[in-house]
Every structure is written in C-alpha cells, then in structure tokens.
Design a protein around this ligand. Structure first.
Ligand code: ZN
Length: 465
C-alpha cells in the first residue's frame, strides 16, 4: 500500500484493528479491473455450476443472477438488469461457499506452535498463551483466521470460543465476523484454566445474547453454547439452560480411546438431538453411530488436527455409510498449520478409499457435501445457504481453471477436491458481497493484518519467556 493512501486512511479513521478499511474496498495492487465491491448484485456468466442441490443439479455451463445478496436465478442465458455487473466465469467451477463446522479462531496467532514435548504440546501451550490475550487480541486473532478462511473459500465458520474469559472475549469473534462479512456461529465456551467448581457463565452468555440480538450488524451470526466436557457435573442443567435460550450446543466427545463411551453417556442422559454438534468422535462405536442416526445429531470431523494430536483416524467409512449428518472443520491452525478445507476433504476421500481398498468407494461430491449442505444443516441454516439454489444467500466460490496445477481435465468434482489449491480460488462471495476477487482479498488489508498478527505474536513470545 502506498504511504499516502495509508495516511489518508489513518486520518479518516478507516484503518483500524485488523487492518480493516471501509468494508469491501479493494486492496489489490492491480486495480485495473475494479468492481463496485460495495454492491451485492452480480451476474455470473458461464460457470460450471456444482449446485449441491439435488433438485437443480449441476450445469456444465450456466449463469447465476444475484440480486440484493440472494441468488435469484440459475440457468442458461440469463439476462440481468442493465445495471448488474457481470462476472465472466467461463471455464471456472462454481461451488457453494464452504462451511467450517469447528474452529477455535483465537488460536490462529499460535500457528504450528504445538511443540515436541509434554510441556510444549497443544493443550499446555495454548493454556499458557491464552492468559495473555485481551479482547483486542481475540479480535485480531479471529480476523487473521477469517482472512485465511476467506482465502480458502470458507464463507461460514462455527467458532468454538474457548478463551471466553468475559462476554467481550466472545464478542470479539462476532465483531471480526461482522467486519469481514462472513456468516457464522459462535459458541460461548469456557477457558483453559477455569476450575470445574466454577459455574458456566450464563450471566455473560445472556448479556452477550441481548447485545447481539439488538444490533443488526450481527445478522447472520448466531450464538451457541460451547459445552463443558461430558464429565462435567452440571452438564444437563447447562444444556437445559442453553436450550431455553434457543442456543445450539457444541461438545467435544469420544475424541480418542480414553474418551470411549462419552457419546453413550450423552445419549443415556437424553441430551442428543438435532441441535447438537459432536466434535471429533474418533472413538465412536457402532452403537453410538446408531445413537447419532436416531437423534439427528451432527458429527464434525477435523481430520488434520485429530491425526496430528494422535487421536487416531477419523471413522470416515463407518460414518459415511450411516445416515449421519457428517461435517468437517479446521479446529486449530496451531495443529493443522493451515486452513485449506478442500484439502481436508481430499484427505477424507483418500482415506475412505484406502480403507475400503476401492478406487470407486467415495465420490468427491460426497465429501463436498460435508463442507456445504451438511454444514448448513448442522448450523440450522440450510434454508439460507449450503447450496447454489435460487432464494438462498449468494455464498459462492469460483475456482478458475487457468493455473499450472489447475488447467486441464473435465471432471469438476475431482478437480475441486483433488487439484485445487487455495491460490486457485479466484472469487469468494458471502451474502452477495465479494470478499476475494482475482485471487486477492477485498475489504481486508492482508499485508497490514499479517504485520499486526506477527507483532502481537512476537510480543506474546517475549511475555511468556
Ligand atoms: Zn476443538
């Protein structure tokens, strides 16, 4: 960014925490092709559309009309109103915006910081750093994570905030999502060193709920409960309290062999239902798979973090063959290193085929479902997003076939899952607003954000040593 522009932004107060400028301005150095990013009406022309909507199906080449943030038409040779800007997507693959169903956004400053001894491992390391965070740091970390999410084609995130030291620590996630323009769900969790004897902060949860409900800028971002562990004494009370407030519930359960039987315990207490998102489940048993099926409970796998931390392999084959709403998530870049969700899907597809010893076992469309329509069902927003369907929100990702690793071939599902890198994601749109265009983020000054994240991490490093 040129210095004059920076000074101008500083003077006008447009440059603030996280490197935001006024929403949806462009920070591309190449400004020749400048759209009016403030708007939310476009006509996308001649894309290969993978709608993830069984009724509408897929198109080798189709147009998508977006008006006031919503998809209004999908089909061939669509003409938009004369003022509509046209996005030429010829040769590109259009998929729904990806939905990440489990992520601890605040840990993003600690990228690949899970070290090589018991003291330096993921849990102890994050516990140490967590005490240094302020609400401003929480917002910076969430913004840094969301910027990478958008870069990776993610337009909706379920953030499990487990550094929830006060309502302000959780509001930080709301502010980051609202400023970047993505959809989301934010679970108000606990924090690393909260003693079991201390009750869950329902006073704070209530306070935050009232605040976000009364402020329209948080539309499209919902609050949930990040449940304490299955062994917590007052679990049933907490869940009743949450449900009385209309909050969906997320819980880590049956993550590894030492936690075997946790899903059974939830089932026996009558707690499982469609508003529950079980995280991990690497140690899920056949009986427990049936319990999730019978109750309509969703399960989210976060394969890269689960494998990296030694929880074991995700039970992809058993879960896929059952009638469970399976979803995926990044979990934490402290373990995964990056947020390339399409790569997570590729890994699941490959693992499933390897387990089945069958080249044709799992089609890439089945894993793409997990990060689109299934994610929307998990969060109770499948009427609004999760597929390219007229009437739904314009949450879209355009992969352009013009890069060295992404040019030949004509099997779009295979290309999207197997070949695409984050760099091949040309455009990302959420609620009809363009958040990435021509491969570059709009609305977020990535360079500035990276400097802020690096500086704050360096300060924390000093504080901790
Ligand atoms: Zn987690």
């Amino acid at each position: 960014m040129k210095n004059e522009r920076r000074d101008f932004l500083k003077k006008t107060g447009l440059l603030g925490i996280g490197g935001f400028i006024s929403p949806f301005s462009v920070f591309s150095e190449n400004q020749q092709k400048r759209f009016q990013f403030q708007q939310n009406s476009y006509l996308i022309k001649e894309a290969c559309v993978l709608s993830m909507d069984e009724e509408f199906g897929d198109f080798n080449s189709a147009d998508v009309l977006i008006e006031n943030g919503k998809i209004t038409r999908l089909g061939k040779n669509i003409e938009g109103p004369s003022y509509t800007e046209i996005i030429n997507a010829e040769g590109g693959i259009l998929i729904p915006g990806l939905i990440d169903c489990h992520w601890h956004l605040w840990t993003s400053l600690l990228r690949s910081m899970a070290g090589d001894s018991a003291e330096e491992g993921y849990f102890k390391m994050t516990a140490r750093y967590s005490r240094l965070y302020s609400p401003e740091d929480m917002k910076l970390a969430a913004t840094y994570a969301i910027a990478e999410a958008v870069h990776s084609g993610i337009t909706c995130i379920s953030d499990y905030n487990h550094n929830a030291r006060s309502p302000q620590f959780v509001q930080a996630s709301f502010d980051a999502m609202a400023a970047t323009g993505i959809r989301g769900h934010i679970s108000y969790g606990t924090y690393r060193d909260l003693p079991d004897s201390q009750p869950t902060d329902f006073k704070g949860i209530n306070e935050l709920k009232q605040f976000i409900d009364s402020n329209s800028k948080y539309k499209g971002i919902s609050l949930g409960l990040g449940s304490r562990s299955v062994n917590y004494n007052n679990l049933e009370k907490d869940w009743k309290h949450a449900r009385d407030l209309g909050l969906r519930i997320t819980i880590h359960a049956s993550s590894n062999e030492s936690q075997k039987g946790q899903i059974t315990s939830l089932f026996k207490k009558g707690l499982l239902a469609e508003d529950v998102n079980i995280i991990h489940g690497n140690a899920i048993t056949p009986d427990e798979i049936k319990m999730l099926e019978d109750t309509g409970t969703s399960l989210t796998m976060t394969p890269y973090s689960e494998m990296r931390i030694g929880y074991g392999l995700p039970k992809i084959n058993e879960l896929y063959e059952a009638n469970i709403n399976c979803c995926v998530g990044i979990d934490t870049t402290a373990l995964t290193g990056n947020a390339h969700l399409l790569d997570t899907l590729k890994m699941l597809q490959n693992l499933a085929n390897a387990n089945a010893k069958d080249e044709f076992y799992l089609h890439p469309k089945e894993v793409l479902k997990m990060a689109t329509i299934n994610g929307a069902i998990n969060l109770g927003i499948d009427k609004k997003t999760g597929s390219i369907t007229p009437g739904k929100s314009a949450d879209l990702v355009l992969l352009k076939k013009s890069d060295i690793n992404f040019s030949t071939g004509n099997k779009p599902y295979h290309l999207a899952i197997e070949a695409a890198l984050q760099e091949n994601i040309d455009m990302v749109m959420a609620k009809g607003k363009i958040l990435k265009y021509d491969g570059k983020l709009t609305g977020i000054n990535a360079k500035d954000l990276i400097i802020q994240a690096k500086n704050r991490f360096a300060e924390m490093e000093k504080e901790i040593n």
